[in-house]
Design a protein around this ligand. Structure first.
Ligand code: ISL
Length: 540
């Protein structure tokens, strides 16, 4: 039934409890604070919250280094607070999903502490140990790990695998005991009302480097999905699979068999979208969408323009990446080890405020499920004084007051953009935008409301239209008798295009979903449309 596939038309909102709202004034956000800000999220119109890791953690990778899969970081609250929050969210029609970080644990997890003690530890095989570094070792994902992904452990005289930081040892998923722990973790949180998981670092999880054999790696994903289907058929697996489309398809499972991930982020379209913006030409994105695999109804792409990580431009060629850098990361601090950028929205806003509206209009009109990162709804910036990876993870800016209304105490770890920065709380905050009909927040609410009343965007069949202007992306989504058409102008100058809608029933009308007026279409289904600079239009 369609109702079970709630995620086909969802609006997902990612946040970190630690940086969202501090209720007990200890400088760290908490579940109580979050629960007290649910009205903001309900008014914005989101339907699903994705919680970044909130379990106990030494926080050496912002919680993506867990020491107890069944616990809650005491600074953020208790298990009781989590359950109360999940229920409060449900009362407002909002589901909650959470990060599932199973590629690795923290090196302070009791399993690893035990595994390190001796080769005979019952937890030794929870991790991946080798006497010698296997051939062709990959590079570590993170900087400062120039020694690669194999770390020598003096005490027991073997190397262990860490795809990320050395304090994040990879779990050995070939070990049935590890798989049991993953199933237990998933079962535990489902029981507490969680509606699914954002599966972290999937390719690392199931495609280990040369010399590490895990049998049929996709079996893990299939087991996980089967387990989910038995216990909570509506629950989802939203995978972080940063690979080319052809390889991503494997992670959805075989055709006709929705056996692995439910949704996957579309990294490819996201990167090409920035290139298109940089070029003021929709072609790079249009070409990508033309080859993006169309999925069966039980599967879905998740679209985004920003997330909690720096924007990695690994799908672009070197010169293409330079074009994006020039447009969105003009200063050195905005660039991350030559591969990506930390600054996105601010440069989008600074460039031309109309451009960002167009970007979000596109996000909500593309087939797939839109995913927002907290703060996007107000155009929050980044803190150039933070370490790069942290720059985008600053506290939510609720008011123009001290600490942006996030806490009455000084934020414990991450501070907002400093005063004087154009994106500091005094300039960019929820309170100021809430009642301003011209604000980004109001615009975002309007977009989300229109998206939510157009379920065909999530369900329909996607086609690109040729309107003869390379700077304009035109697409159509068809479901039964309904046609949804959207136009987006990637250039800072007006564009006049002709839409050829083909033969339509006599009583057909064309509704502009923004101007909310409707015109009869001429007999041949032709419509002339005048788009402003970075203009956009949704028709139905
Ligand atoms: O952001 C990246 C590089 O700059 C990505 O390559 C990212 O590290 C990779 O996609 C995996 O990311 C995920 O797992 C990491 C965590 O730090 C990231 O925040 C998370 O998104 C390790 O758990």
């Amino acid at each position: 039934a369609r109702g079970d596939l709630w995620w086909k038309t969802a609006v997902v909102y990612c946040l970190d409890v630690e940086t969202f709202m501090d209720w007990n004034d200890d400088g760290s956000g908490d579940f109580e604070g979050l629960a007290n800000r649910l009205d903001h999220l309900a008014e914005l119109g989101i339907t699903c919250i994705w919680l970044m890791p909130f379990q106990p953690s030494p926080d050496q990778d912002d919680g993506y280094d867990i020491t107890d899969y069944f616990g809650v970081d005491p600074r953020l609250g208790s298990l009781g607070d989590v359950v109360a929050f999940v229920r409060a969210a449900r009362d407002r029609g909002i589901r909650v999903i959470m990060d599932l970080v199973m590629n690795h644990t923290s090196d302070r997890h009791p399993w690893f502490t035990s595994a390190k003690r001796s080769r005979n530890s019952p937890y030794r095989d929870f991790y991946v140990w080798r006497d010698e570094i296997p051939p062709n070792p990959p590079e570590s994902v993170f900087p400062g790990e120039e020694d690669g992904v194999w770390e020598w452990h003096e005490g027991t005289g073997q190397y262990y695998l860490h795809s990320f930081y050395r304090h994040q040892p990879d779990l050995n998923i070939a070990n049935p005991d590890v798989r049991d722990e993953i199933a237990k973790t998933v079962g535990f949180w489902l029981q507490l009302g969680i509606s699914g998981f954002r599966v972290d670092a999937v390719p690392f999880l199931i495609e280990p480097p040369e010399g590490v054999d895990v049998g049929d790696p996709h079996e893990l994903m299939r087991d996980l999905r089967r387990y989910l289907q038995r216990r909570a058929s509506e629950a989802i697996l939203l995978g972080e699979v940063n690979l080319p489309y052809e390889q991503q398809l494997e992670y959805f499972g075989a055709e006709g068999d929705p056996a692995e991930l439910t949704l996957q982020f579309d990294f490819e379209a996201m990167q090409r979208f920035y290139l298109a913006l940089a070029r003021q030409d929709a072609t790079p994105l249009r070409d990508t969408l033309a080859r993006r695999p169309q999925l069966e109804p039980e599967k879905q792409w998740a679209n985004f323009v920003r997330n909690h990580d720096e924007l990695t431009l690994d799908k672009l060629s070197d010169p293409e990446r330079e074009e994006v850098f020039a447009a969105f990361a003009p200063e050195e601090w905005m660039r991350v080890y030559g591969r990506g950028i930390v600054r996105r929205l601010p440069t989008m806003l600074e460039g031309d405020p109309r451009r960002i509206r167009m970007a979000y209009s596109l996000l909500f009109s593309l087939p797939g499920t839109p995913v927002l990162f907290y703060g996007e709804e107000i155009g929050m910036g980044e803190n150039p004084e933070q370490e790069k990876r942290q720059a985008v993870r600053t506290p939510m800016q609720w008011t123009g007051g001290r600490n942006g209304g996030f806490s009455r105490a000084a934020p414990s770890r991450l501070a907002a953009s400093p005063p004087g920065d154009g994106f500091a709380p005094e300039h960019v905050n929820v309170e100021a935008q809430m009642h301003d009909p011209e604000s980004l927040l109001s615009g975002m609410r309007g977009l989300i409301a229109r998206y939510r009343s157009s379920p065909e965007i999530g369900w329909g069949r996607f086609e690109l239209l040729d309107v003869g202007a390379p700077e304009v992306l035109a697409h159509r989504i068809t479901e039964d008798h309904l046609r949804f058409v959207a136009l987006h102008n990637f250039a800072p100058r007006p564009a006049r295009v002709t839409l050829e809608l083909g033969e339509l029933p006599e009583e057909a009308v064309l509704s502009d979903l923004f101007a909310v007026d409707a015109d009869p279409i001429d007999g041949r289904g032709r419509v002339e449309v005048e788009l402003g600079a970075y203009g956009y239009r949704w028709f139905r």
